[in-house]
Design a protein around this ligand. Structure first.
Ligand SMILES: [Cu+2]
Length: 136
């Protein structure tokens, strides 16, 4: 990596004093690290699935999630306490989720789905399911 950078710009490097060449190489290495770091960054962002609702600290995050029709939403319990995910209109109902447990539901109809935890009734959340553009 370092030798490549030196070979690419031999004239420019030769004109600069050794004191200036080192920072330039450092900058080149930094740029190379930046670009090789981009795919890794994209991968880590993909891990945090967009349609996941985390249950932590006795709350649903995000409290309101908006998704298009047909989306599968997954709840993950990050708390040490068990929680449930139950729709107010019983469209979906999870079992008690222990730490790390997941519950998924696919929303096939548009609407506003309000849900809560049956163990801790103050824990509430909403999934807003928007109709696809074709059906409107
Ligand atoms: Cu709960």
């Amino acid at each position: 990596m370092f030798s490549m950078q030196i070979d690419r710009e031999p004239l420019e490097g030769a004109q600069l004093s050794p004191r200036l060449r080192r920072p330039m190489l450092m900058a080149a290495a930094f740029v190379a690290l930046f670009f090789t770091g981009v795919p890794w960054l994209a991968e880590s962002q993909a891990e945090a699935a967009p349609n996941t609702i985390e249950i932590s600290n006795f709350s649903f995050a995000p409290a309101v999630l908006t998704v298009p029709v047909g989306t599968t939403v997954t709840w993950v319990n990050e708390d040490d306490e068990p929680h449930t995910v139950v729709d107010s209109d019983t469209a979906f109902k999870s079992h008690a989720l222990d730490t790390g447990d997941k519950f998924s539901f696919t929303f096939s109809t548009a609407g506003k789905f309000q849900y809560f935890c049956t163990i801790h009734a103050h824990m509430v959340g909403t999934v807003v399911v928007e109709a696809s553009q074709q059906s409107q």
